[in-house]
Design a protein around this ligand. Structure first.
Ligand SMILES: [Zn+2]
Length: 184
């Protein structure tokens, strides 16, 4: 293949590729894939268009940017007015502050609505924040996700099998009441 790019152009392209490869969302996907999990992306018809949908686990994963979704932003009431306190990973600029605050609040409201719809329909919602997905924290965060996936899967499965064996339920040992174990 003939190299038709100048070094500058190549550098630009490489940096683009590099930055794309390391987005938080991509890191999550890569981790899941590497560990044998399969998923769909931005599935139409699922409220809020989750970044990652895992049908088998009936789980929707949202990868949220800390700024746009207002991670850990606190609202303190003072004189019946809400004063926003920034968090470590969500620093709202002082210029046009009200504009940003409103934008972030609207995003949060919309997020909340989508999460509710999903939960009401029997889905598990996992929200992952950009700051939890930095290379140093990724592994720990994803291990936690793995636990949530299996925990929810077992609960859902137990729930279903309970309905199927409804008639014999009373004669069965109390297995379903035992503490649940995580899958491997
Ligand atoms: Zn954060």
């Amino acid at each position: 293949m003939t190299d038709i790019m100048t070094p500058q152009q190549r550098h630009y392209c490489m940096s683009r590729i590099h930055s794309k490869d390391t987005t938080p969302e991509k890191r999550v996907r890569q981790w899941l894939w590497k560990h044998g999990y399969r998923y769909r992306l931005n599935v139409k018809g699922v409220p809020g268009k989750p970044d990652i949908v895992m049908r088998k686990y009936r789980t929707a994963i949202f990868v949220n940017g800390c700024f746009w979704h207002g991670h850990d932003v606190q609202c303190t009431m003072y004189n019946e007015k809400c004063t926003i306190i920034d968090s470590k990973c969500c620093r709202i600029p002082n210029t046009n502050r009200e504009f940003w605050v409103n934008k972030i609040f609207r995003n949060q409201e919309r997020d909340q609505k989508n999460y509710e719809i999903l939960t009401e329909n029997g889905w598990q919602v996992i929200v992952l924040w950009e700051c939890q997905l930095k290379p140093k924290k990724l592994e720990q965060t994803m291990l936690q996700v793995e636990i949530q996936l299996h925990d929810f899967y077992i609960k859902t499965f137990n729930h279903r099998s309970k309905t199927y064996i409804h008639i014999e339920e009373e004669s069965l040992p109390m297995v379903a009441e035992e503490p649940e174990e995580y899958g491997q």
